[in-house]
Structure formats: structure tokens, C-alpha cells
Design a protein around this ligand. Structure first.
Ligand code: BES
Ligand code: ZN
Length: 595
């Protein structure tokens, strides 16, 4: 018999029937030569009884009753392509079991060869649990409706470091050729936040609660890029209350990291492409920091409520950026996200999936990776901004504090959010048409318009396809440049683009966001001379936000499709499993459009 996924969730866990997982004691041993992760996990439940854990492609070798030699019979359910297999067994009277397992094909892990790292000397391994990949490296109740604490030991080659998203580093013990790195997470977190990384890593302190971890060749530059974090944290605390997690460390990942950042508690993972030398992408770290309140403290109860994580966090990011760098800097961040949202809304309407434009929609049977977009982010933040504007900032900020206090260390549904908000801010939801935001497929007319002098200046040149004179262009904020390139009408005239790129050195620009927007503009204008820089970009960046639009632009142009496929074949094995899958999809969609 196969256990079925609980409707409304992405998990085999049934809160009304099953014991609930409370604590994990995890031991992980990566075997780099075999690309195999060997795991032993001691699971503690709140009571005995029958459970169905989430797993994906885990080879379960045994389950025993903790503290005994008694084997517990188990059954692995039939594999579902999205959710994996349920692991069914009976939790014994002492509520504790020990599971031994290994895996070679975890969707939530990326194994890198030394050549794929910055230092090129040692292999690297990292996890990415969100949304439903934690089950591919640890059997658990992989739903944000559950919260767990854990202890963990990483057994790594002694020349490497093993880091864990955990509040306490217990210690490192070296024995023969191995090091045992022990960690403890004492605060309850959702399982998708269980995270680790193993590699040739060094650290440098920024303050008494923040340090940067990176491969040795990156550490100096990265520390400088992120040196403003203490000030950013203190502004965030003024807005949202005390930071609850102890440390806030940053781990600069290898280039293949598929996201801008990931808010693993106490140890945010970031793409190395944030390290540009101009600090203009530090807003991404501010976003991951904001998750410490919205996401990690107050957690979406299901992936259909994802907008409560990301919408709140984007709203919070704009407020932090405003407090640290001013209103205009926040407006530029808003504008970047607004552009991405516009593209997603258009794509969803064109593809016959307009319900993906809703903040909340039923995701039963849907892979969260397949519906990832800026809707939960920017449409979510816009809804919150419209409420903020309606009730006034002072009242809204008090409400935010009370929201965090009420739901801290809890999981929250959209329904609960609505009930709480209508109780705390009577009339506000109706006034801003909250239902239309959440269950509607268009942008409601209650959206607060974006008014920005810095943006106006960009439009003055971009909208007419004019090149800003050097006195103007060299004074622009890097994000103004990114927006200028985004707004530039296309297809653009090749001669104009050549003049522009020569004047401002765009193909070799050190800022990733600018280089990306330049290459996209060039490709969408059919420029042939950009193949080499585009190929370099696609080879040296794993962030899906850049990869997907670039591949799409290439694949939808008959002149470039062969080139795109060639580059993808070459780069594929270096991309994260989730990115590989998603780019593959981009190709298939592009082919449908072309046909
Ligand atoms: N939690 C997300 C990343 C994520 C979301 C991973 C869903 C897997 C599934 C992270 O906080 C995030 O939003 N990153 C953004 C940052 C940006 C909005 C500043 C990104 O990577 O683009
Ligand atoms: Zn986020």
C-alpha cells in the first residue's frame, strides 16, 4: 500500500494521525570519490505510533529502536516524481529510532569537483533544502508545518571545513584523516532550513556576531563587500525587534549556487556574484537577514502560503534598504523586482497558467520549483505596502511587531494572516482589496505607485534608446544602470549598442546585474558579437535568475538556438540539479513557441 500525500501539503505527514518529529541527531559523511552521502539520523518523536516520513531517492539500510538492537520493519512507498517516497514504520514506545541510509542522487545536494570551485584545489558539497529537497538528504517530516531542533556531526576530510546552519559550534575533532565538526541548533526551525556545506573554507570576522565564510581566494573581497552588515542588522532590529538567532554569518558559495541567497538560519548562503566591489548587491543579504523574522521565525505553513515568507521579506527588505541607504535606493530595488514581476505575470498569462499570478493558489500535485516566480515576492510586498500606506506607517509598524510576536516560532497560513490582520487593522483589508491581491490574477488598482526621481532620470534616456553622456552615466548608481539596460527598447540598433558598450565597458563590467542586463539586451537585439561573453557568463554563473532569461532569449531566436544548446550541453554538469531541470524546461517551452 502506498501512503498518499496529504492534500494541501507537499508531505506524507498527517498531523492528525502521525506522531510529530521534534528533534534530529544527524551524522553525515560525504564520500567525495563516490559522490555519496552516508547518513545516520536519530529521530525523536512526541509519541509512539505509525509514521510516514518524506524521503527522495534515499537508500534506507536499517531502522532500529534507539538504545537497543531491535530492528523496526519499514516499507518505502512507490516513488512519486515530485514528492519522493513515503517511509512507513512504527515509532516505538521510547519515541526514538535510528535510521541508516545513503544517497547518490539527492536533488537537494550539489557535489562540485575541485575545478568547479574558486580555489580549484578541493571538492565542495552543499545542501539546498527549500522548498521540498531536505527529504533528499535526511528522512524527515519535510513540511514547514513542523518545527525541529537538531544536533549534527559532519565527518569530513581534515583539510576541509564542515559548516552547518546551527546556533552553536560545539567543536572540531581531528582523528587520522578526518575531522568531526559538531553543531547544535537549539531553536526550533522548519526542516527545509536544515543546511550544511563542506569545502575549503576560511572565515573572517566583521563584528562579534557576524563573520564571512568563503573559499580562501574570495575571503578578503567578500569581507569588504559585506562590511556594512552590522549597521544593516541594527536598522533591521530597530524595525522588527531583536534578532533571535545569535549569530548572522554569511557563506559565500561557489559560482554554481542557484539562488541569490538562501536564509539558512545563522548561516546565510549567497552567490559569489554579489561580490562586485561596489556593494550594490548587498540588498540580497538584507533580504536573507529579513527572513530571520519573516520566514524563519514566522514560517509559511504550506508552500501555497509561500508569499507570507517572501512577500513579507521583500517588504521588510525595502524598509531596511530605505533605513540604511535612503528612499531612492529602496525605490531602485523595487523597480528591479517590479520588472521581474511584470515578466512573470506576462509569462503566466501567455502560458495558460494565470492562477500562478495569485498570491495564494492550490499547489496540490505541483512542484514548488516549477512555479517559482516573483509573484509571491513583489506582488506580496506590494499588497503589504498598500496596507502600510492605507493605515499609515506608524500603525503598520506596530502591527508588524505584533504579527512577529504572535506568530514567532509558528507556522502560519494565509487564512490566519487574514484573520489576524482584520482584527488588528479593522477595515484595512477591504480598503486595499486584499482578496483581489491574494486570489485575483491581476494587479489591483490599490497598488501604491512608484515615484522616483532616480528612476525618472533613467527613463529619460532609456525610453528613447539614448546613450547617457559620460557626465551623467558615470554618476549613476549601479542599479540605475541595470534598470537603464532593462528599459532600453528592443530590438535595439546594433551600432547604438556597440557605441554604448564601448563607452561603458559593458561586456566586461564587474557588476553581475549590469553585465546580465547588457547581455540580455544584446541577445534580444540579435547581436552576434556577444556569443563569447554570453558563453562565459553562462559558464561562470549558476544563479537561475540570470540563467533562465538568457537561455530563453537564446532559445527563442532561431539564429541562436544551436549555440544555446551547445553551451548548455557544455555547462550542464556544472549547474545545480534544480537549475538543470529548470533550464531544460525553458528549452522545451522555447521550442513550443518556435514550432
Ligand atoms: N528563500 C529564498 C530562496 C529560495 C526560494 C530557494 C524558494 C528555494 C525555493 C531566498 O530568500 C530568496 O528569496 N532569494 C532571492 C533573493 C532576492 C529576492 C533578493 C533570490 O535568490 O533571488
Ligand atoms: Zn527570500
Amino acid at each position: 500500500m502506498t501512503t498518499a500525500i496529504l492534500p494541501g501539503s507537499h508531505s506524507f505527514y498527517r498531523p492528525d494521525e502521525h506522531p510529530t518529529l521534534q528533534h534530529l541527531g544527524i551524522t553525515l559523511t560525504p564520500v567525495f570519490s563516490a559522490r555519496t552521502l552516508i547518513g545516520t539520523v536519530v529521530l525523536t518523536f512526541d509519541r509512539p505510533g505509525k509514521v510516514s516520513l518524506d524521503t527522495r531517492k534515499l537508500n534506507i539500510t536499517s531502522i532500529i529502536e534507539h538504545g537497543t538492537f531491535t530492528k523496526i520493519p519499514f516499507a518505502l512507498g512507490e516513488e512519486d516524481a515530485i514528492f519522493g517516497s513515503s517511509l512507513d514504520f512504527e515509532v516505538p514506545e521510547n519515541c526514538r529510532v535510528v535510521i541508516d541510509y545513503d544517497t547518490k542522487e539527492a536533488s537537494g545536494l550539489q557535489w562540485l569537483t575541485p575545478e568547479q570551485t574558486s580555489s580549484k584545489r578541493h571538492p565542495f558539497l552543499f545542501s539546498q533544502g527549500e522548498a521540498i529537497h531536505a527529504r533528499s538528504y535526511v528522512p524527515c517530516q519535510d513540511t514547514p508545518a513542523v518545527r525541529v531542533t537538531y544536533t549534527a556531526a559532519l565527518v569530513v576530510p581534515k583539510e576541509l571545513r564542515g559548516l552547518m546552519a546551527a546556533d552553536t559550534f560545539v567543536g572540531r575533532l581531528v582523528k587520522d584523516r578526518e575531522a568531526y565538526e559538531q553543531w547544535e541548533m537549539s531553536k526550533p526551525i522548519a526542516p527545509y532550513l536544515i543546511a550544511f556545506a563542506v569545502g575549503d573554507l576560511v572565515s573572517k570576522d566583521i563584528s562579534d556576531r557576524t563573520k564571512v565564510w568563503a573559499e580562501p581566494v574570495m575571503i578578503e573581497q567578500a569581507t569588504i563587500e559585506f562590511e556594512d552588515m552590522p549597521q544593516i542588522m541594527s536598522e533591521a532590529e530597530k524595525l522588527f525587534g531583536q534578532y533571535q538567532w545569535g549569530r548572522f554569518d554569511i557563506l559565500v558559495m561557489p559560482r554554481s549556487f542557484p539562488y541569490g541567497g538562501m536564509e539558512n538560519p545563522t548561516l546565510t548562503f549567497v552567490t559569489p556574484s554579489l561580490v562586485t566591489g561596489d556593494k550594490s548587491l548587498v540588498g540580497v543579504v538584507a533580504h536573507e537577514l529579513a527572513h530571520a523574522w519573516t520566514g524563519n521565525l514566522v514560517t509559511n505553513a504550506t508552500w501555497s502560503d509561500f508569499w507570507l515568507n517572501e512577500g513579507w521579506t521583500e517588504w521588510a527588505t525595502f524598509r531596511i534598504v530605505e533605513a540604511v541607504w535612503g528612499k531612492e535606493a529602496a525605490n531602485l530595488e523595487r523597480a528591479i523586482m517590479a520588472g521581474e514581476l511584470k515578466g512573470d505575470l506576462q509569462r503566466f498569462h501567455e502560458n495558460g497558467t494565470p492562477h500562478y499570478c495569485q498570491l495564494h493558489f492550490n499547489q496540490d500535485g505541483i512542484d514548488p520549483d516549477d512555479v517559482f516566480s516573483r509573484v509571491p515576492y513583489k506582488k506580496g510586498a506590494d499588497l503589504l505596502e498598500s496596507i502600510e500606506t492605507y493605515v499609515g506607517r506608524e500603525r503598520f509598524d506596530l502591527y508588524v511587531r505584533s504579527y512577529i510576536a504572535t506568530f514567532g516560532f509558528k507556522s502560519i497560513t494565509t487564512e490566519k494572516f487574514l484573520a489576524f490582520t482584520s482584527q488588528e487593522l479593522p477595515g484595512a483589508l477591504e480598503a486595499v482589496k486584499a482578496e483581489e491581491w491574494i486570489f485575483g490574477q491581476n494587479m489591483p488598482d490599490t497598488k501604491v505607485p512608484l515615484e522616483s526621481a532616480w528612476l525618472d532620470e533613467v527613463h529619460q534616456y532609456a525610453d528613447k534608446g539614448l546613450i547617457p553622456p559620460v557626465e551623467v552615466g558615470t554618476k549613476w548608481h549601479p542599479t540605475q544602470w541595470a534598470l537603464y539596460l532593462e528599459y532600453f527598447p528592443r530590438p535595439a540598433d546594433e551600432a547604438v549598442l556597440l557605441t554604448l558598450s564601448k563607452l561603458y565597458q559593458l561586456s566586461a563590467h564587474p557588476n553581475t546585474e549590469i553585465r546580465y542586463n547588457w547581455l540580455l539586451l544584446g541577445i534580444q537585439s540579435g547581436m552576434n558579437g556577444l556569443k563569447q561573453p554570453v558563453a562565459n557568463f553562462l559558464q561562470s554563473n549558476g544563479r537561475m535568475k540570470y540563467l533562465k532569461p538568457l537561455y530563453k532569449a537564446l532559445a527563442t531566436n532561431p539564429e541562436f538556438i544551436a549555440f544555446a544548446e551547445e553551451v548548455f550541453e557544455k555547462c550542464k554538469s556544472g549547474y545545480h540539479p534544480v537549475a538543470q531541470k529548470s533550464i531544460q524546461k525553458t528549452f522545451e517551452e522555447a521550442k513550443k513557441i518556435a514550432a
